[in-house]
Write a new protein. Structure first.
Length: 470
């Protein structure tokens, strides 16, 4: 009963968030009460994430970690056969295709547009919509999607995070500093504290929207007093602190076990700057809200693809699908039976290999990930990243694509490809979200266009930064 109530609370909060009521109440509260609200939310989230199948799957993933290539292929094949059979029997989209044999070669490519146009058609008939978790994701491509899953799938995903953290000897409730897209206070409020505390998970959440040179000493002072075991979050947010430490020759009085990054790609040079500043290794994770792929760095900085999570193929320049090589990544979920996306074109370009890694794990390696190098918008002396800005478009069901362009210091252009049902209320909602992150001084020009073409590598880039070059 308690689990059911927690799930209902989360669904209720998500519903209210779409009206901004919860955020308005939160932002109008004193800081001590905001810490209480963050901790309550953290307790509920912890209870939903780390129970049930989480423990069993964690144990199984640890057991799989150093299995032979043949053993891993057998595990992958079993999971793939299960999801393909299940999709044919239970999902209207795949039933309409009248696929005779549940072999991956018989499934066509699945585009983001197909998922965008009718996500409910990809839902299993074995699950009721009213009991599902609905995610809205814009991702780095600026093409918002509605994704369905349930609490069991979320727990399974966190089991993979648990295996990832064990690589650098971190446990779930170790002291953690997080730099993610949470709106902890209004972006125009430059009065510290720029952080809130989740007491239950021993987690300090830092705002990614107040990282100006004026505010960075406050961040560093708080990090020194908190002394986190792990720092996690958007790499470009963490990089801002790293660059300030290096520029001012500041040494931290603690050394974390590692820094976990996700949601944005970054260059090797940027990684080295972060590692130099914090005195520890950076471990990067690659995944998606669609629950189709999970890959993470090992001790030797090779990004291993979890074959228990997703089946990954490469679409090469000649239109051939392969298990290794360079091209567009095509992914099939192995954990989400609620909404099984099969041969899904996730929109990323990469290179997959099966080379031997010194860590002795035999998982395939995502050697390169192209077209997702992190971008940001410069607002005065603050930088707001792609991952953070994509939140502004998550609930806009009538926006097919979006792109933000900055050509000058005091203005951005927001290009939108919208459906005929797009309303003024949705535009107001989007502007309200952008203002929360960018402040009131930056001019925002809305341009509704027929199409937003991809870049030369085939990737739809959400942010085009022409004004500031790092």
């Amino acid at each position: 009963m308690l689990r059911q109530k927690a799930f209902i609370v989360i669904k209720g909060i998500n519903l209210i968030m779409r009206t901004h009521l919860t955020e308005r109440l939160y932002l109008s509260s004193p800081v001590f009460f905001q810490n209480i609200l963050v901790s309550i939310s953290g307790f509920i989230e912890h209870f939903c994430r780390y129970k049930g199948t989480y423990n069993d799957l964690s144990d199984q993933l640890f057991e799989n970690e150093f299995k032979t290539k043949e053993e891993l292929f057998a595990i992958e094949k079993k999971l793939l056969d299960e999801i393909l059979n299940y999709a044919i029997q239970n999902v209207p989209y795949y039933q309409n295709l009248q696929i005779k044999s549940p072999s991956i070669e018989n499934f066509p490519l699945l585009t983001r547009k197909t998922v965008f146009d009718n996500p409910e058609n990809l839902l299993s008939k074995q699950h009721k919509n009213s009991k599902l978790i609905k995610l809205h994701t814009g991702g780095s491509t600026g093409n918002p999607l509605t994704i369905y899953l349930n609490k069991d799938i979320r727990r399974r995903t966190y089991a993979f995070w648990n295996r990832f953290y064990r690589i650098f000897d971190v446990k779930i409730r170790d002291k953690k500093a997080s730099f993610v897209g949470r709106k902890l206070q209004h972006p125009d409020n430059n009065k510290p504290p720029f952080w809130r505390y989740n007491f239950y998970d021993n987690q300090l959440l830092f705002s990614s929207f107040h990282l100006s040179k004026q505010n960075l000493p406050c961040y560093i002072e708080k990090l020194n007093s908190f002394k986190p075991v792990i720092i996690e979050g958007y790499p470009l947010s963490i990089l801002r602190i790293a660059d300030y430490l290096i520029e001012h020759e500041i040494r931290l009085i603690f050394t974390p076990k590692g820094i976990s990054t996700s949601s944005e790609n970054f260059t090797n040079q940027q990684r080295k700057r972060i590692e130099k500043a914090f005195g520890c290794n950076v471990f990067d994770q690659y995944g998606s809200a669609e629950s189709v792929v999970f890959a993470c760095d090992c001790e030797h900085k090779n990004k291993h693809i979890a074959i228990e999570y997703g089946y990954v193929e490469v679409l090469d320049a000649n239109g051939n699908l392969k298990r290794e090589g360079e091209g567009e990544l095509v992914v099939t979920t192995l954990i989400n039976k609620v909404m099984p996306l099969i041969r899904y074109r996730i929109g990323d370009m990469g290179k997959i290999s099966y080379k031997k890694c010194p860590c002795n794990r035999n998982y395939p390696i995502l050697e390169n990930l192209y077209g997702k190098v992190g971008a940001f918008i410069q607002a005065n002396d603050k930088r707001v990243s792609t991952a953070a800005l994509s939140i502004s478009f998550e609930y806009l069901k009538n926006v097919e694509k979006s792109q933000i362009i900055q050509n000058e210091p005091n203005k951005i252009i927001v290009k939108l490809v919208v459906t005929s049902s797009f309303t003024e209320d949705e535009e107001t909602f989007m502007l309200w979200e952008l203002r929360k992150m960018l402040g009131e001084t930056l001019a925002i020009e809305i341009q509704k266009v027929d199409n937003i073409p991809p870049t030369a590598n085939g990737k739809y880039q959400m942010i085009i930064q022409n004004y500031y070059k790092d």
